[in-house]
Ligand binder design. Structure first.
Ligand code: SF4
Ligand SMILES: [Zn+2]
Length: 129
């Protein structure tokens, strides 16, 4: 199972994307398709990538399950919750480093509020000007 890449994210956000992608791959393999993500999971992963890109916390982002903003729509939020619950305990063997980083990340304090203009998308757009 190859880890999915993102062309727009970097740093902590890219690590989180890889974690989410790996969790989705485990879930999809066991519930939907074979080695590749099915169309439904692929579109959820693209949705998650966009949310990571636009997350107002930027690099200081908490894990989404502890976020007070909750920018996901109800349906993808519920689907992602199911995926995390299923795949979280199954991550340690295939992806030990991502799994441990994620556990540490979940214990970090949630920032009081996002800094202004701190999203990955904002920084990307500044670079392209
Ligand atoms: S705003 Fe909250 S829910 Fe949305 S991507 Fe950022 S941390 Fe996750
Ligand atoms: Zn799937």
């Amino acid at each position: 199972m190859a880890t999915k890449q993102s062309n727009i994210l970097k740093g902590a956000l890219l690590t989180e994307f890889k974690t989410v992608a790996s969790m989705m791959a485990i879930y999809c393999r066991d519930h939907h398709s074979g080695d590749e993500l099915c169309a439904e999971c692929q579109s959820l992963l693209t949705y998650a990538e966009t949310k990571l890109d636009r997350c107002p916390y930027g690099d200081a982002k908490p894990t989404c399950n502890r976020c007070p903003i909750h920018c996901y729509k109800p349906q993808p939020k519920e689907q992602m919750r199911l995926i995390m619950r299923y795949s979280g305990p199954r991550m340690l063997l295939p992806h030990p480093i991502l799994a441990i980083r994620h556990l540490i990340h979940e214990r970090k304090p949630v920032p009081e509020k996002p800094l202004p203009k701190n999203s990955n998308r904002h920084h990307r757009q500044l670079k392209n000007k």
